[in-house]
Write a protein that binds this ligand. Sequence first.
Ligand code: NAG
Ligand code: NAG
Length: 457
Amino acid sequence: MVIRRNVPLALVLVVLVVTLCLLFYGHITTRIVSQGATDSCQVQTDIVASHTAKKPWESSNVVVGPRKQRYEDNLRNDTYYVTAWVDSGFSNQFIGSVNMIYLGTVSDRVPIISPFTPGYHVSRSAGPLPFGDVFNMSEFRRTLRTPILEWSEIKALAPRLSTQRPAVVEQLGCWSTRSRNQQNPTRPENLMNHLGLDVSYTRVPHWTRYNQGDLSDPHVALLPLAELIFPVDPNDKPGSDPIMAASPLGAKLGPDTRMACLDNLYFATVGTKSFEWEKPWSPVWRKIGRHLQFSDRVLRLTKGYLRRAFSVSSTDQLPPFISVHVRRGDFAKTCPDVTFGCLPPLAAYARHVKEVQKAIFFKHNIKVSEVLVASDELDPAFWNQVKAEGWKYIDHGAEQTFDEYGEWHGPIVDIVAQSFGIGFVGTKRSTVSLLSARRVQDWNQGVARMVDWNERG
Ligand SMILES: *[C@@H]1O[C@H](CO)[C@@H](O)[C@H](O)[C@H]1NC(C)=O
Ligand SMILES: *[C@@H]1O[C@H](CO)[C@@H](O)[C@H](O)[C@H]1NC(C)=O
């Protein structure tokens, strides 16, 4: 009884003290101290201040100030950083950056994320797209409770989707993770142009490789890499490794110790398997990747597309749906045995959709009839089959997505749309499918299946 009475009383006292402080001293924090206010005033204002105080995971804690012409001028001399370049399609770039962030967390270095950069599937004129345009960085930092930077926070870069170079080109020495039977590092030209960097490379030591016996294995192991670049007492003698490749401008710098950088981290594993991301227990996905929510901007955009695809008005709820990702394109020619073709027919996806419908009914007790298909297939016959199944799709041609939002946004809208599904059927070996399956399973407690290349209906 006594305790119960005292709680409201304490609250009233706190409110009273704060009110009195405000009444008598106006500007709480500055004037109280100088006018010799009582301790209780100081305590109360500390509580008020703690709600607005800078959080330890905010970017401003790990940079000198606003972005600079030279990134080097914006690095703190008491902080260590790590970054990696990105290459290939959107999802592979995502995986590479998330591997890099994981490496940052285990090596006590602040990760600096590269923007998505045109490469394999997107033309150069599309320009780079900041990571934080697609993913919610403030939420991500808050969840991980650690500062994570983007390149645009340390260096003055051209605006999103612009192909201009920055005013200053800086030289940097980086590590190359390229497999040992390859002569050259990976040099993502579009990205180096955007960041204004001229980079020399040194090979990572053999003991950081996942499979030391196989010279053609592209995988590196993240914990040995952390040992290599750890700021305190790293397992590396500076200057002990020969330069693998001079920079385009002819510099031969050894690996930088303040800013550890790597040419590519797509092929990286914590250590139990290569292509570890394919496993639901992937530590990098579980510790980092699954906490990357999409930004408000792409969520809002995608919901509009979904409403139109399902013919739902802006006031009505979207129906629960199963999304299907049918990767075709270059997959037609890449499979273990091309004799009978590498592309499973739509009937194989339809069979898995039925299984997923059953599993969702069993798990959530809801009947899901809507199906949303995304594919890089251009043949109208394929899309006629999709319509014949009664399935829906986002028609980027009719929507003029490309003209309206640029080349990146076709795949991004499809990927975000897939993440809203309660079920998912994807294409085995596609990283787009892999990530959508994980999101549907982990974010929506949904059900996911993959169709393999040799399934025939
Ligand atoms: C580190 O930076 C701070 C702030 O700019 C400066 O006062 C200090 O002298 C620097 N320390 C070293 C060792 O350079
Ligand atoms: C990030 O998520 C938070 C919480 O959901 C939201 O308030 C904020 O607007 C989001 N920011 C962006 C850039 O999407």
